[in-house]
Design a protein around this ligand. Structure first.
Ligand SMILES: [Zn+2]
Length: 97
């Protein structure tokens, strides 16, 4: 199950965890979970930054609010879908050389 956790300081972070887990309430919990999910436990702070993975700020003590990301209809998954057929330009038939 994926959830969006929103920190007023750090932004929104998508975190995957079990429905049975308690919702995180603190930004630092979200950060810890994201570090775990991304296998960053052994990485130094600057390596994490260099990796481009966005995490909540290290010392953030804000509360977070949770939204469930359904993934249906709302999330636009980049530019994958139209390459599979939708929006294909007709380029083969009339374009003889
Ligand atoms: Zn935060």
């Amino acid at each position: 199950m994926k959830y969006d956790y929103m920190c007023s300081k750090c932004g929104i972070f998508e975190v995957e965890h079990s429905m049975n887990d308690d919702a995180y309430t603190l930004c630092s919990q979200v950060r810890d979970r994201l570090i775990e999910l991304n296998g960053l436990e052994k990485m130094a702070e600057k390596e994490i930054k260099a990796s481009g993975i966005s995490l909540p700020k290290k010392d953030c003590k804000c509360n977070v609010t949770r939204d469930i990301t359904g993934g249906n209809g709302f999330v636009l998954e980049g530019d994958g879908w139209y390459k599979d057929g939708y929006g294909n330009k007709k380029s083969s038939s009339d374009d003889k050389e």
